[in-house]
Design a protein around this ligand. Structure first.
Ligand SMILES: Cc1cc2nc3c(=O)[nH]c(=O)nc-3n(C[C@H](O)[C@H](O)[C@H](O)COP(=O)(O)OP(=O)(O)OC[C@H]3O[C@@H](n4cnc5c(N)ncnc54)[C@H](O)[C@@H]3O)c2cc1C
Length: 348
């Protein structure tokens, strides 16, 4: 197959580049930052869900493959570690907590205490999803980029793609801050920047992609303080590696000081919930803008001549292993993957 340029080394671009490279496609991966996972991916909570949660639009057709694709990646890539901890969620009202979906169980106080022994006041009931897991999104992205390189992909950092290069109405590559890269197909995995890069195309996809702010805090904590993924309306917390928690902080618009206060407040709520947490200390917090397509994942050709392909979605940590595999399959074989049929961009 002819050369492919992938724009953006977040979790999506890294997965697409890896899956293409391992199938022998000449791939160039371009990233504006000096390292992979410098965008939203590096600030992600990293909860991998095979059940429960929201699966908008075409995401619901990808759900059944998620856990198997993570198992496959663990076998293929050294240093990829999936923490299969399961998750516990409870909202506090019997109605909200009483409806487990497939693969989920409604459990009582003693089972909750067995799973999370440091909870000061375990609730009467919670939803337990044993198949849920967590990953370190930065480590996973780095592993994918390294493996893409080992399969022959070329990676350029500090290379800003300024525009698509169009000649005689067809995209022939990209123009960047460091020069031109020719390609038969350009795959845009630049998250919230994809609509801007596609905008000059005359017949291109209708891309309604919001940039939705979310904040992640990192916390030094006693190892094993939190065992599972704990999801409450007021916080989500999990151990990302021994002695470090990640915590989703409810977003507040306003000053940096207001956001710092929100991160401290969220940590206080976690410390109030878990005994043995007195030594917990905020390491930092960061707000980033999640690519959030209006109707679920947008994955497919964005031009009629098939010179530009886009892959943008929310919950991409969960979806990227499956999406990378399917995108590579489409590009290599030329056959549309039926699993992606509800994810197609509308071309006008
Ligand atoms: C607080 C928080 C919690 C989250 N929790 C979860 C979760 O638990 N589970 C889950 O599945 N998802 C979660 N998400 C969402 C998930 O992180 C995103 O869906 C995912 O990281 C998006 O990956 P991406 O590769 O599309 O985008 P990005 O990671 O933003 O990657 C795009 C890359 O393109 C590069 N780029 C952009 N423009 C250019 C250009 N012109 N030239 C060159 N490079 C360019 C950027 O530098 C970036 O590296 C969370 C997000 C946040 C912020």
């Amino acid at each position: 197959m002819s050369a492919v340029v992938v724009v953006g080394a977040g979790i999506v671009g890294s997965s697409v580049a890896y899956h293409l490279a391992r199938r022998g496609v000449p791939v160039t991966l371009l990233e504006r930052a000096p390292v992979p996972a410098a965008g939203v991916t590096g600030d992600s909570f990293g909860w991998v869900r095979g059940s429960g949660g929201r699966w908008p639009g075409g995401a619901r057709h990808l759900r059944e493959y998620v856990l198997a694709d993570f198992r496959r990646l663990e076998a293929e890539l050294p240093h990829v570690a999936v923490r299969r901890t399961g998750s516990l969620s409870w909202a506090g009202t019997p109605d909200e907590d009483s409806q487990p979906g497939p693969g989920q169980f409604r459990i009582g106080r003693s089972d909750i205490s067995a799973l999370e022994p440091n909870l000061r006041r375990p609730p009467d009931h919670a939803i337990h999803t044993p198949s849920d897991a967590g990953v370190d999104p930065t480590a996973l992205t780095r592993a994918l980029v390294a493996a893409a390189g080992a399969h022959g992909a070329t990676v350029f950092y500090e290379t800003v793609v300024t525009s698509l290069q169009v000649t005689n109405g067809r995209v022939r590559g990209v123009l960047t801050s460091t020069g031109r890269h020719a390609a038969a197909t350009v795959v845009l995995t630049a998250g919230t920047n994809v609509p801007r890069l596609c905008a000059p195309l005359s017949a291109s996809a209708d891309l309604a992609i919001a940039a939705s702010p979310a904040t992640l805090a990192r916390v030094a904590a006693p190892p094993g303080l939190v065992k599972t993924v704990v999801a409450r309306p007021e916080f989500e917390v999990r151990e990302v590696r021994e002695g470090e928690l990640v915590l989703v902080v409810p977003h507040v618009e306003g000053t940096a000081a207001a956001m710092a206060q929100a991160a401290q407040d969220a940590l206080q709520r976690v410390m109030a919930a878990f005994q043995g947490s007195d030594s917990c200390r905020l390491l930092g917090h960061r707000t980033s803008r999640r690519p959030m397509p209006a109707h679920g994942p947008v994955i497919g050709y964005a031009t009629r001549d098939r010179s530009v392909y886009v892959a943008v979605m929310h919950s991409a940590i969960t979806l990227a292993p499956t999406v990378g595999r399917l995108v590579a399959d489409e590009l290599v074989t030329g056959r549309p993957a039926s699993e992606l049929r509800r994810c197609r961009p509308r071309i006008h």
